[in-house]
Design a protein around this ligand. Sequence first.
Ligand code: AP5
Length: 189
Amino acid sequence: MATKCIITGVPGVGKTTVITGALTKLEEMGVHYANISFGSFMFETALAEELVRNRDEMRLLGKDDQKSLQRKAASAIATIDGNVIVDTHASVKTPKGYLPGLPEWVLEALMPDLFVLIETDEDQILGRRLGDPSRVRDMDSYRALASHQSFNRAIAAAYAMKTGCTVAIVTNADLLLDRAIDDLAGLLE
Ligand code: AP5
């Protein structure tokens, strides 16, 4: 039976790095997943509609624009068959507060079996954001990052209540990337 897995983590936690490693490992084991970036689906539409110039501007858009982009991405992704990973955000930090990454209509379209939160210590996240000149990352305080990670756990519980999916936490600590990759691959095999 096909598995639909949603993978989330605050920006800079290393979500894409861990997913890429786990998918390589799974391919070696003969297990295939389509790897879908929810943000890329949103970004393509936002670019076509001339709403943004880069992906980091999307979280600054008004909530109605963000919701409209979410809706379009969810309905396109819902048509993909087989094992699917959706790389996205449990919540997005906007200037007006946290926006649910998976409001009801997005959850209903995706109906995940498994919801993964990738986490690590806040000082490590900040260090990774500072070390990534290719992006326009928010420079949050330790406390703000802790608050965001904690909000994401709370909202993941709400998503599980709505869909019956399981929720797993994968820790991606400095120097322990291989362990995070093994943990994620173990959840998906
Ligand atoms: P998205 O495309 O998901 O981008 P992102 O949040 O910036 O996340 P990345 O994919 O870049 O991954 P990452 O930052 O976790 O980590 P990375 O692997 O690069 O989203 C883009 C935008 O789309 C969002 O801002 C939002 O506006 C929108 N969006 C998406 N989903 C949405 C939704 N559902 N609703 C509304 N809007 C949505 O790694 C970072 C750095 O850490 C790298 O330098 C890496 O080398 C390093 N690193 C990783 N692991 C380790 C380790 N173990 N030790 C040391 N360094 C490490």
